[in-house]
Design a protein around this ligand. Sequence first.
Ligand SMILES: *Cc1c(COP(=O)(O)O)cnc(C)c1O
Length: 365
Amino acid sequence: MPIVQNIAFGYDTLAEWHDVAIGKRTGHIYSRNTNPTVALFEEKMRQLEGAEAAISFSSGMAAISNTLLELVQPGEQIVSITETYGGTNRLISEFLPRNHVRTRLARPEDQTGLETLIADGTPLVYLESPTNPTMQVVDIQRVCEAAKQAGAIVVVDNTIATPINQNPLSLGADLVIHSASKFIGGHGDAMGGVLCGRRDLVKRVFRYREIHGAALDPFAAFLLVRGLKTLAIRMERHNDNALRVAQFLDAHPAIERVFYPALPSHPGHAIASRQMRGSSGMLSFVLKEGGATVADVLQRLRLARRAASLGHVETFAGIPSTTSHVECSMEQRKAMGIPELLIRYSVGIEDSSDLLADLENALTL
Ligand SMILES: *Cc1c(COP(=O)(O)O)cnc(C)c1O
C-alpha cells in the first residue's frame, strides 16, 4: 500500500468531483476527511474487531475525546469506572463537566455499583478492561446486558487487551476504542487512535472528527498497518512473556503483590478467563516494604526502558505518577486503588529468561 501523503485529490471534471463530494461515488477529496492509506488502516481494524465501521484519529486520546464529546450531550450523565487511563480520567472528571456532563463512577470490580448507576439513567457507559496499571477486569457482558435494559450504549477501551486477546463487540459492546500508539503499532514510532463499532454511531463521531480535525497522518497509518502484520505473533509472545514474568514475581520474596489477570490470585481471574483469550503484555507489582525501593529497582533494571508508554516490542518500566497517571494527584491515585510502591512493567518480546535475570538482579540488593 503506498503512503498517499497528499492532502487534496484532484478531479478531471467538476461532475466527478461533485459526485464524490455528495457521496454518490467513492473517492477522496481532502485528507482531514478521508485518505486511502488511512482508510486501509481503518478497514483492517474494523475486521479485527468484527465491527460494522471504523474510523481513526491522531491519537488514542483524540479517539476517546471525540467519541465522548459527540455522544454525550450537555445535561446528560456518563457512567464509568474509577480506574480509567489517566488522560481519560481527566477528560471525564474535568473537561466533560465543563460541558455540563455529570460523571458517575464505580470501582471496576463493583458490578452492583455499576448497575445502580446505569439504572439511574445515562446514554453512555465507558469501560476499560483490563485497566491500566492494576489490570482490574470488568465483566463486559454483564455490564452490556444492564446497559441494554437501560437503553445506554457501551464503549470499551480495548488498548491493553488488543483484538487478539479480546473482542468487546462480541461481548455486547456498541463501540470499541484503541490507542494504536501501543500494541497495535507495537514499535513506539507512530501515534494513532481508532474507534470501531455500530455504523450509525461511528458515522456521528466521524462527522465530529472531520470538523474538529484530529485526523490520522498517512505516514502514521502506514506504520500502523505495518505493525498490524505482526500483531498476532507479537501478542502471542507478549502474553507468554508476561505470564512468565508474573509467575516469577509472584514467587519472589521481595514482592508484596503482582497484578496480572492470568494469576489465579488476581481478583479478576475468573472473568478474564471467560472474556479474554490471553492476558496481554502489561502487569504491575508492589514491592515489599523495607527492601529495595522503587527508585532502586527502576535504576537497576537494564533491559527495561524507564519510559512512559506500553505495548512496544521493548520492555518499559515506570511508576503511575510519571506514566499513565501523571495527570492525577496522589489522592486521586489512592482513590483509584493504585499503591505508591507500585511498578508498572510492560513486557516486551525479548527472551523471557533475559527479562527474569534482569528482574532478579534489580530486586536483589
Ligand atoms: C495510552 C492509552 C490511551 C491514550 O492513547 P494515546 O495514543 O497516548 O493518546 C488511552 N487508553 C489507554 C488504555 C492507554 O494505554
